[in-house]
Unconditional design. Structure first.
Length: 306
């Protein structure tokens, strides 16, 4: 790979999508282009890829690392939530495989000025791309105490959400990651070797700023619609909120919908649209986690269009 950022579950993704010569693929979360490169190599000489990312910096890096394949790659700065529109624009009516490697990239985490990390002082931004309307500072400084507490509880699964929201409202305006982290530390101190007390609040803000959960809910039905029969969808999630949406959707779409439910005589309203390739998610190996700690919480789910 041309990049210092390792793609999580790389072999597993290439195995799951099983790219073939002449196939058409979508990478909805291009990042540095690591998985995309594997797809291009495996689908040589004429497989094609539509690569999306909302982050212009990621696209610029991916464009460089994917230069050898540029004649069969289409790179677009857009959200995967607009998948159907992007495919229509290309004139592709069906594709062989779709990858979503959700969340932020290590490149984004490791760029202090993007504001994702509380370990470095930077403006409270946290936008994946310039298209997002609100920064983390906007939410922190404008939401009511109640709204902040709900957000931190729902998207951060943080038990101390009320205490943290109260402290934020008292201390604001807050402009930087360190300012916010110290407010959180003051009311929610470190407990034993648990994660840093600001971790969950930062996750919650990032999810809200980038409308992460609603984007996933929006793209999944479009992905099924776009796949050819036998085509595969592979989704890597990094926290339980994302994974729950993906898991519930794949389960629901893998069952026939019958009416009335639970009766012996029923009509089939909708046939299952997907088959889950693995009932349990695929997790990174211990070796991968040792080499790339970011992989620690990754879960891969794969489904095949019926
Ligand atoms: C985990 S990284 C992907 C890494 C990539 N698979 C690789 O191999 O380098 C996730 C990427 O998805 C992008 N992203 C997040 N939300 C998005 C959305 N709604 N639409 C498109 N891209 C998004 C982020 O900007 C980030 O670059």
């Amino acid at each position: 790979m041309n990049t210092p950022h390792r793609s999580v579950l790389y072999q597993e993704i290439i195995h799951a999508l099983h790219p073939v010569t002449g196939g058409r693929y979508v990478d909805g979360t291009l990042g540095a282009g690591g998985h995309a490169r594997g797809i291009m190599e495996a689908s040589a000489p004429d497989g094609q890829l539509l690569g999306l990312d909302v982050d212009p910096q990621a696209l610029a890096i991916a464009r460089r690392s994917l230069a050898p394949y540029e004649h069969r790659i289409h790179l677009v700065q857009a959200s995967y939530a607009s998948l159907s529109d992007q495919l229509a624009r290309l004139g592709w009516d069906a594709v062989d495989g779709i990858l979503l490697d959700l969340g932020a990239s290590s490149m984004q985490f490791d760029t202090p000025e993007r504001g994702f990390s509380f370990l470095q002082d930077a403006p409270l931004d946290m936008r994946f791309g310039p298209g997002m309307e609100r920064t983390a500072a906007d939410l922190v400084n404008r939401y009511s105490e109640r709204e902040l507490a709900d957000l931190i509880y729902q998207y951060g699964e943080e038990r101390d959400s009320r205490k943290i929201a109260r402290a934020i409202v008292k201390a604001r305006p807050l402009h930087t990651t360190r300012e916010l982290a110290s407010v959180i530390e003051s009311v929610s101190p470190r407990r034993g070797d648990r994660i840093h007390p600001a971790t969950r609040t930062f996750q919650a803000l990032r999810i809200a700023v980038n409308e992460e959960l609603s984007s996933i809910e929006t793209v999944l039905p479009q992905a099924i619609e776009a796949l050819k029969p036998g085509g595969r969808l592979a989704v890597i999630s990094f926290h339980s909120l994302e994974d729950r949406i993906v898991k519930d959707f794949l389960r629901e779409q893998s069952r026939d919908l019958v009416n009335p439910p639970y009766e012996q005589i029923y009509e089939v309203e909708r046939r299952a649209t997907l088959k889950e390739v693995n009932r349990k998610p695929i997790l990174p190996s211990d070796d991968e986690i040792r080499d790339n700690p970011r992989a620690r919480s990754a879960k891969l789910r794969i489904a095949q269009k019926t």
